[in-house]
Write a protein that binds this ligand. Structure first.
Ligand SMILES: Nc1ncnc2c1ncn2[C@@H]1O[C@H](COP(=O)(O)OP(=O)(O)OP(=O)(O)O)[C@@H](O)[C@H]1O
Length: 273
């Protein structure tokens, strides 16, 4: 079980994540929704310790994640793999090598740079690509693939980390509907077949409803809804999206959130691990 207790992160005067207490059962697929700036990305980054909490605690399987340092922290990051909107691949490298880079947390940076991977690791990467229907593209440069294919490569890369948790930060925000569907189906399949807990930030409500067991709604850093897709009524949605008016206003608000432009600082906040 993943448990967050009174988790808080401030940036100057902004409470990006404000006193969040939630638990996520092993093997659940959880969608996180909310307006732009509600704190969804910061929450995921706190869990994998890309961002340090200002306060509060993160527990996983009885271990206090907030206290981990050095090698333990590196292994934690390996066991909660992150997927980003912009795929985070090395475009000039072939797909297979990109997937193998997912082993960095286990192998150490030096041997990764020297690209010395064991046969077992290569087999693991090939198998991950096979599961994601990408074996024919294994030797192709990652930059030549479609966005949807690149995101599936990123998922394969995450898989070879042998994660217990997958944190996907708007994984389909840059994709057309057909590719978005394939990526969400891949995440759901991995969640079901491997029992990997998935937390996914989403801007499209229908997607959250279709693929997730549970939905967390955030507003201004706080969790204002937690429940099943069925429990997500329009009144609750209005509270999450801070809309007091008509259903039309709600639809406009959700749509404008979905059309969020890509953030300039997206890459700066990304780490290799
Ligand atoms: N590194 C940072 N430095 C300063 N402020 C930050 C930083 N990261 C996030 N914030 C601020 O924290 C708040 C929450 O941001 P966050 O990116 O977590 O929201 P979000 O819900 O993921 O938004 P989006 O849907 O646009 O990705 C925002 O006000 C944002 O400007």
């Amino acid at each position: 079980m993943l448990a967050l207790y009174s988790l808080k992160r401030t940036f100057g005067s902004v409470n990006a994540v404000d006193d969040v207490t939630v638990t996520v059962d092993e093997g659940q697929m959880v969608g996180i929704i909310g307006r732009s700036g509600a704190g969804k990305s910061t929450l995921l980054r706190l869990i994998n310790r890309l961002v340090e909490p200002s306060n509060g605690k993160i527990m996983f399987g009885g271990e206090d994640v907030t206290r981990l340092k050095g090698r333990e922290l590196r292994l934690w990051r390996a066991s909660c793999a992150m997927i980003f909107q912009q795929f985070n691949l090395v475009e000039r490298m072939d797909v297979l090598t990109n997937v193998l880079l997912g082993r960095v947390a286990h192998q150490g940076l030096f041997s990764t740079i020297a690209r010395r991977f064991s046969d077992e690791e290569t087999a693991m990467a090939v198998q991950a690509l096979h599961r994601l229907d990408l074996l024919p593209q294994a030797m192709q440069k990652a930059g030549t693939l479609s966005g949807g294919q690149q995101q599936r490569v990123a998922i394969a890369k995450a898989l070879v980390q042998r994660p217990q948790v997958m944190l996907a930060d708007e994984p389909i925000a840059s994709l057309d509907p057909a590719n978005a569907t394939r990526v969400m189906e891949a995440l759901r399949r991995i969640n079901k077949e491997d029992g990997i807990t998935v937390l996914v930030n989403l801007h499209t409500l229908d997607t959250a409803r279709t693929y997730c067991d549970r939905i967390i709604g955030m507003r201004a850093g706080r969790v204002v809804f937690e429940g099943t897709p069925d429990q997500l009524t329009r009144e609750r949605l209005k509270s999450i999206y801070d809309v007091e008016g008509s259903d039309l206003e709600l639809d406009e608000s959700v749509t404008s959130t979905a059309l969020r432009p890509q953030r300039a600082d997206e890459y700066r906040r990304v780490s290799l691990a």
